[in-house]
Design a protein around this ligand. Sequence first.
Ligand code: PSU
Ligand code: MN
Length: 305
Amino acid sequence: MNKYLDIAPEVAAALAEGKPVVALESTIISHGMPYPKNVETALEVEKIIRDNGAVPATIAIIGGRLKAGLSAQEIEYFGKKGGEIAKASRRDLPVLIARGQDGACTVTTTMMIAHMAGISIFATGGIGGVHRGAETTMDISADLEELGQTPVMVVCAGAKSILDLGLTLEYLETKGVPVIGYGTEELPAFYTRKSGFGVDYRLDTPKELAEAFYAQREMGLKGGMLVANPIPEQYAMDADVIGRAIDQAVAESREQGIHGKATTPFLLARVKDLTGGDSLESNIQLVYNNARVAAQAAVHLASMR
Ligand code: PSU
Ligand code: MN
């Protein structure tokens, strides 16, 4: 086992017995929501995973250790420190680990650490992708490269239209990543159930998700699978309201010359401010919804060995 990896005892026991485990990311706790709502949400997500028959493993870097599974105290610590914690993508791991620092795991590093630990399914909110204007900025999230090389199923609510969703799908196609709509033929756009872009396949049950992922893994195919699960209807936002907020946030980021790893957090924070508390509630509910589907798929996957 990787000498920098700590698997929480409950997670290690579940993995040893072939029981279902679902990974969760920590950037959503430290950077995605305000304290104490972030901690409440993270603990509730873990409860939903348990209620659906799987063991949760929230993934983070604490004191230079790669953690698969956090205690409630560690989740509280992460939530309280919030944005002070470094956002950790693939390129950040060597220095953070060597220095013994903390890191908030993005989709990229959560996939990496989940895979190191032997966890196959991961639930989150939204993924990074190809940014609008990437044809000149070359701003393409490392999340897409990770999906292209690490065998983990990522259950999300699609991607926010802070990104160029069409180019994001093109990139995933190039990397050989199956994009599955859960109960839908259309890629959801996080706050809304529709985006105008089609997915590769529609699957309707957790069992079908597990079977597709199982086949991918048994063939030894490199790379992950993206499951896009639309936000429940009653929590979806008005497409015009959210569209205007996103357009304004993108325009401000260009005016202010925001670039590199700061771009996504800047856009997410501006969209949140411009839409007030509504977007926070939607965000929380879609994560709960993804946790349910991921846990149910993990239960089926665990029975297929
Ligand atoms: N998109 C969202 N919510 C998020 C993120 C992206 O709708 O919380 C976070 C995730 O942790 C994701 C990361 O992996 O931002 C991508 O950052 P970047 O675009 O810098 O790769
Ligand atoms: Mn980027």
